[in-house]
Design a binder for this molecule. Structure first.
Ligand code: NAD
Length: 464
């Protein structure tokens, strides 16, 4: 399916009219009270808890995502974010007092969070519930009017969201715009107060260019190749279990999945069969028959991915079935650094191993490439861990665990440089959709400003 084959939602108003309607609604002030925000969050919770089966079915239709996985990585995940924000919102919205400098006293200084206005959340297809609704939590908590633009490449989920959102949330301030590139282009042409975009970097550039016209602020949640380093100080079987889980969850279509493994030839020789063993443990001898192994999202990605096979030696996998866009969980060892599979984000069920001489070589390789969204290190050596922490840059670093950082509300979730800018989750979700306004209050008397106002007599200069 191509993006252009997805029609605008039935009866959908023009995007320009929708944004204008939301702006008129925002300007009445209805989204600002805490009561409205909490009511929207509660309604979002109800949407998620009362429609589990419909959402699970849509995720199965779009991605062959197992219901249990849909719960923990999409529905339950979003509910957990929601609970955290609901619990703390009142406190997070309290003004923050800051000290005023002596020269300005008497005075009080504080910051307050205010909503940005009409914001857009543009989401991708790989976790289509989570990546549409988790940013929406922040947008609503902050008191904005919101346009949600789910991905047209997960059409069943986009449809369910378009049906459910108006039933649960305030339709005058929260709208789902269905559609693909034309609708998103039209959305980006509107004056918006913030754009929260999750997806690939090529579209990220389009979003930034569109935002520049109105000086709209942007959060970019992008992707890229997230490296995984494994050395011989770890329990390789335990490392293999986690790497296989992180890589092959959602058929490898996870932005923070381990994209490739850097290891010496000796470590690769032991690690390869162990990863293969864990793949079999998770998905059986024939993963095509496993209800727990996903499918590639569309034909374009399927042919892109099969074109990346053929490098290095196959440790396991490699089987394909185009009729259902099945690509077996595949591990390739000894992959050359210039192989096609190493030149782009894989975003599918392929795990290449690239040979390094050791730690220095691995760090050099990582630093020679784009700053990743995540970096994973499997080493028990404290010095090795410290060197990765201090000598490389990435959105996040996981020691001994891929993906896990996404579930920690207190950790910022986002990239750096080509893997993204800005971060959300927990309190940051509120902050990302708010403006932190500086407030200074100084009584008119005593008029201490006279101490520094002209004329600058010698006595005054001494004071200044
Ligand atoms: P996608 O194709 O669904 O695109 C994302 C959104 O951009 C969609 O809503 C789509 O309608 C819109 N879009 C696509 N082309 C456009 C255009 N030309 N003009 C305007 N809008 C356009 O998703 P994708 O980009 O294939 O998603 C996968 C990428 O997203 C990977 O690189 C992955 O790493 C990254 N990702 C990042 C995160 C994160 O949180 N950092 C999460 C998931 C995915």
């Amino acid at each position: 399916m191509t993006s252009t084959s997805v029609a605008r939602g039935a009866g959908q108003a023009s995007v320009a009219d929708t944004v204008a309607r939301l702006r008129a609604s925002y300007e009445t002030g209805r989204t600002k009270p805490l009561a409205w925000r909490l009511a929207q969050l509660k309604a979002l919770g109800a949407l998620l808890t009362e429609n589990g089966p419909a959402l699970e079915q849509a995720l199965w239709a779009d991605l062959h995502k197992a219901p249990a996985e849909a719960q923990y990585s999409e529905i339950g995940f979003t509910l957990s974010e929601l609970n955290s924000v609901q619990k703390h919102l009142r406190r997070w919205l309290r003004p923050t007092r800051v000290a005023a400098p002596a020269a300005l006293l008497p005075a009080t200084a504080k910051t307050v969070l205010e909503p940005l206005g009409v914001v857009a959340v543009i989401a991708p297809w790989n976790y289509p519930v989570q990546l549409t609704l988790a940013p929406a939590i922040g947008a609503l908590a902050a008191g904005n009017a919101v346009v949600l633009k789910p991905s047209e490449l997960a059409p069943a989920t986009a449809r369910v969201l378009a049906e459910l959102v108006p039933r649960y949330l305030d339709p005058s301030a929260v709208v789902v715009v269905e559609g693909g590139v034309p609708e998103t282009t039209e959305l980006l042409a509107q004056r918006l107060d913030h754009i929260f975009y999750t997806g690939n970097g090529a579209v990220g550039r389009i979003v930034l260019e569109a935002a520049a016209k109105n000086l709209t602020t942007v959060t970019l949640e992008l992707g890229g190749k997230s490296p995984t380093y494994v050395d011989d100080t770890v329990d390789l079987d335990a490392a293999a279990a986690r790497i296989a889980w992180g890589r092959f969850l959602n058929a490898g279509q996870t932005c923070i999945a381990p994209d490739y493994v850097l290891a010496t030839a000796a470590v690769q020789r032991k690690l390869g069969p162990l990863v293969a063993k864990w793949i079999e443990r998770y998905f059986g001898a024939d993963p095509q028959r496993s209800p727990d192994f996903g499918r590639v999202i569309n034909d374009r990605h399927f042919s892109r991915l099969t074109g990346l096979l053929g490098a290095g030696t196959v440790v396991t996998g490699g089987q394909t079935d185009a009729s259902e866009r099945y690509l077996a969980p595949t591990v390739l060892a000894d992959v050359p650094r210039d192989a096609p599979v190493m030149r782009e984000e894989i975003f599918g069920p392929i795990l290449p191993f690239v040979t390094v001489d050791g730690l220095d070589d691995a760090i050099r390789y990582i630093n020679a490439n784009d700053k990743p969204l995540a970096l994973y290190v499997f080493s028990e050596d404290a010095r090795t861990r410290r060197r990765f922490l201090t000598e490389t840059s990435s959105g996040a670093i996981g020691f001994g665990i891929p993906l896990g950082h996404i579930g920690v509300h207190g950790l910022p979730f986002g990239g750096v440089g080509p893997s993204g800018s800005g971060a959300y989750h927990g309190r940051r979700s509120l902050e990302v959709f708010s403006h932190e306004k500086a407030v200074l209050t100084k009584p008119l008397k005593p008029d201490t400003i006279q101490l520094i106002a002209p004329p600058y007599t010698p006595a005054r200069e001494r004071l200044i």
